[in-house]
Design a protein around this ligand. Structure first.
Ligand SMILES: *Cc1c(COP(=O)(O)O)cnc(C)c1O
Length: 330
């Protein structure tokens, strides 16, 4: 079942080698290790992401070097080159919320400076940049199948992908204790395998993912159209070349905290992704990061709100949500 899912996923994403793992986090760790990331190295990534993006870098002994995000909540491609030092090995862009940064530009920056790229495409299964999938640009890339993602299994699951055959065979061995066969190991490894049961679920879900994303896009469009008319709300720019998964429907709202409690009181489950950016979390302070380092992300952290956009919402529920938001601002 795992083998079957890996092959189907490879066709869906358009990357030659897909290796199923037990989470998006482990996929990131595997990707970084496969590119020989080690102690003292630096990895450039964005300061508004989930903890795992930076955690995977630190687990490998390397240092996350954060850069600010842009008005689409993606890594600011104009700030990447400034963060490059002699120790930089990898650029790790994130497809945050299921939208994408400019991957073509990131790949050309990496090429110019002889760096590798690992995409955190954990929220990006089913998204598109022109006609290519997130996770098909970088050298080794990670996806998640956690219950909150567009293709989800019944628990944890992930995928690490690469077009490089040599790296792929290392990943396959390392994922399974470094084993060549039952009695021999090639090197020390780990158990980061996907359970066959989860692969059965994933094979079924893969067939539905396009439909799920279409529904989320339809819901997002209704929200965009109504909310963009309210002057206290700022919707990010939607560029034609990107098909987003809307893993998260995020926008910026004036009086965010009051709006959040008001909506929750009215039975609408809203969340903040995230109130504290990575560089202001406790372990980042020891690395020398301070408030004020990344003003765009810090400002967004005070204004962002994530609204329900999922595929099971009906029109009536979406209208109710819009009505409540309008009521709040009136
Ligand atoms: C979900 C997510 C992860 C972690 O994936 P898990 O499968 O939960 O380990 C990492 N990065 C981003 C951007 C994510 O959204």
């Amino acid at each position: 079942h795992v083998d079957k899912f890996e092959k189907a996923f490879s066709k869906f994403i358009g990357v030659k080698n897909c290796i199923a793992t037990n989470s998006g986090t482990d996929s990131l760790i595997l990707a970084l290790k496969a590119l020989s990331l080690k102690k003292g190295d630096e990895v450039i990534t964005v300061c508004n992401s989930f903890y795992a993006t930076a955690g995977a870098i630190v687990v490998c002994g390397a240092k996350p070097v954060f850069v600010d995000c842009d008005e689409r909540y993606q890594i600011d491609i104009n700030k990447i080159e400034r963060a490059i030092t002699k120790k930089t090995k990898i650029i790790l862009p994130v497809h945050w919320g299921g939208a994408s940064p400019n991957m073509h530009k990131i790949m050309s920056i990496a090429k110019k400076h002889s760096l590798k790229v690992v995409e955190d495409a954990c929220m990006g299964i089913g998204a598109k940049i022109k006609n290519k999938s997130p996770g098909s640009f970088g050298h080794v890339n990670a996806f998640s199948m956690h219950p909150l993602k567009s293709l989800n299994v019944m628990g944890d699951g992930g995928m690490v992908v690469t077009n490089n055959d040599k790296i792929a065979s290392w990943l396959r061995r390392y994922r399974n204790h470094g084993m060549i066969d039952r009695d021999h190991i090639f090197d020390w490894g780990v158990n980061m395998r996907l359970q066959p049961f989860q692969a059965i679920v994933a094979n079924i879900e893969l067939k539905k993912v396009n439909k799920i994303i279409s529904k989320r896009n339809r819901n997002a469009k209704i929200l965009d159209q109504s909310l963009s008319k309210i002057k206290y709300i700022q919707i990010p720019e939607r560029k034609k070349i990107y098909r987003e998964t809307f893993a998260l429907y995020m926008a910026r709202f004036k009086k965010r905290d009051k709006l959040k409690s008001y909506l929750i009181r009215n039975g609408i489950e809203v969340k903040i992704h995230y109130p504290i950016p990575l560089h202001l979390q406790r372990p980042s302070k020891k690395m020398g990061y301070r408030k004020g380092d990344f003003p765009i992300a810090e400002k967004q952290a005070t204004e962002m709100l994530t609204l329900p956009v999922h595929q099971y919402l009906n029109r009536e529920q979406i209208n109710f949500m819009i009505k409540k938001i309008k009521n709040f601002y009136q």
